[in-house]
Write a protein of this length. Structure first.
Length: 311
């Protein structure tokens, strides 16, 4: 395999300035299937105007993808196991060292829904309050009792620290989120945290990732010698945060059940009493191997390469 040139490093390492790969949320949307080493970037927003405008010298367009198969989040007294999570973003790196993030049309964060242990019974029952007691008596059907939780973005990521992306024990960035609780009795507007008062996650690598570099053809086929694309892979790092506070619930049962959810879950919950973990995360950064060689059309060539890898 050829040595990595300075120009190559500029293209691939540009991705670090926009690393926000920790939690993911929402129902996973159907993604395009891509060939070979392009596969992790199946939702990269390569056709966004800001990405297409990258020239390869003053601006460089890069794809970011990060995921984990398992994890957990503890909010107050409630711990929920998470399933597959996926975060994908485009990043436009500028010559002055600043960068802009670009989300896919369906949103940057997706995840399998997580179920609250015990469902609504676990959240509210038993209760001596007539309104809640009446609901508890109706929870004989699993569908009525089932409560799902998804983590949704509640603002733009910030406070990024590049060195933390490949080290341990240092917050990588701040991610504002809110947790959406869904159940027929809770309605569709029941949240823990809001856009005005979000949960502020500050993830860090708990264990160090391993680093490898792959070079591959425009259509995703591995090609160590002459591939047009390059991909850094950071593999095997557990990530987490145990420093965030959690506000109370709002909008549950049109607001009538907020207090009941808060009482059973121990919300609001102060910093240090909550935590999130993602197990064995894998994060990818992909860009043209020689972005300056594609000037002034690096962003358009990145889009062309991505589309050529469709299966």
């Amino acid at each position: 395999m050829r040595s990595v040139s300075n120009r190559t490093r500029v293209g691939l390492l540009a991705a670090f300035t926009a690393f926000s790969a920790l939690l993911s949320t929402g129902s996973a949307a159907a993604a395009t299937q891509l060939n070979g080493d392009w596969a992790p970037f199946d939702r990269c927003p390569v056709d966004a105007p800001a990405m297409l405008a990258a020239d390869g010298i003053n601006t460089i367009a890069t794809c970011i993808a990060s995921g984990s198969a398992t994890g957990s989040i503890t909010l107050g007294k409630t711990k929920v196991s998470t399933g597959h999570t996926d975060l994908q973003l485009g990043v436009v790196q500028r010559a002055d060292g600043t960068a802009s993030l670009v989300a896919p049309p369906e949103g940057a964060l997706t995840a399998d829904p997580a179920e609250i242990p015990g469902g609504l019974i676990g959240l509210m029952c038993p209760s001596g309050i007539p309104l809640v007691s009446a609901i508890c008596r109706q929870l004989t059907d699993n569908n009525l009792n089932r409560v799902t939780a998804t983590i949704e973005p509640a603002g733009a990521p910030r406070d990024f620290h590049m060195s933390a992306a490949f080290s341990t024990g240092e917050p990588i960035l701040t991610i504002p989120v809110r947790i959406h609780l869904k159940n027929p009795f809770l309605g569709d507007k029941c949240y823990i945290g809001t856009t005005a008062n979000p949960v502020l996650l500050k993830p860090q690598n708990v264990t160090a990732p391993t680093l490898s570099l792959q070079r591959f053809g425009a259509d995703g086929t591995p090609n160590d010698d002459e591939g047009e694309m390059g991909r850094y892979t950071f593999d095997g790092a557990d990530q987490g945060d145990a420093t965030f506070a959690v506000p109370g619930a709002s909008g549950c049962g049109a607001g009538l059940l907020d207090w009941a959810v808060n009482l059973k879950t121990g919300l609001p919950s102060a910093a240090g009493k909550n935590s999130v973990t993602l197990d064995d995360t894998t994060t990818y950064f992909g860009s043209p191997y020689d972005p300056a060689g594609l000037a002034p059309n690096e962003g358009r060539k990145l889009s062309e390469f991505w589309h050529s890898a469709k299966r």
